[in-house]
Design a protein around this ligand. Sequence first.
Ligand code: ADE
Length: 231
Amino acid sequence: MKKLAIMGAMEEEIEPLLSHFENVKVTEFAKNKYYELTYNGLEIVVAYSKIGKVFASLTASTLIEKFGCDTLLFSGVAGGINPTLKIGDLIIANKLCQHDLDITAFGHPHGFVPEGAVYVETSKELRDIAFETASENGISVIEGIIATGDQFVHSSERKKFIEDVFEADALEMEGASVAVVCNALNIPFLILRAISDTADMDAGFDFDEFLKSSAKNSADYIIKIVDKINK
Ligand code: ADE
């Protein structure tokens, strides 16, 4: 690996990462900030995209095409669907889909557009490293399907739709768009999330309450994964 990208969506999601690293150089590009640093000899670029699929696609593309990153790790929070996932718990995506992509009017399945695919798979190699890291550090994490859409989900009906149609274990607003970019550009990537809420009626309240602590759970684990990658 030449250069590692670590991405979040919100400032709160990358703050625990930035506070772990030293001598960070800030570069502004396309109305966003990119934080370049060296960590134990490894070049890393950290950025938060802002919320949603469009900003996340822009940031992932920039990290790869402008900054030359050749591996991407995403760290952040998600709404839990799988009932075994409690607030603070960790999930690594084995594949991701866009739950709000809908041209079913033309007979296509939900989440599909021609020349695309409903699901994009993440790197098996990075997942293996992440699970090895977890077992070595006594970290509990599950693997599952993450559904992405430009909606903060806070209703049992929408949550059930996403669970029924996509068999998703968690949902958020960026992962699948990062997956599409990395897949198209042939960049291995990992999407890690910690649960901040359970996407139902209380989601807005829980998200505000648990964003920081769950973001830190995810970031602390990402740093351990980086240490393992760099061994
Ligand atoms: N990220 C964290 N919680 C979420 C929710 N309920 N909906 C969308 N994205 C989220």
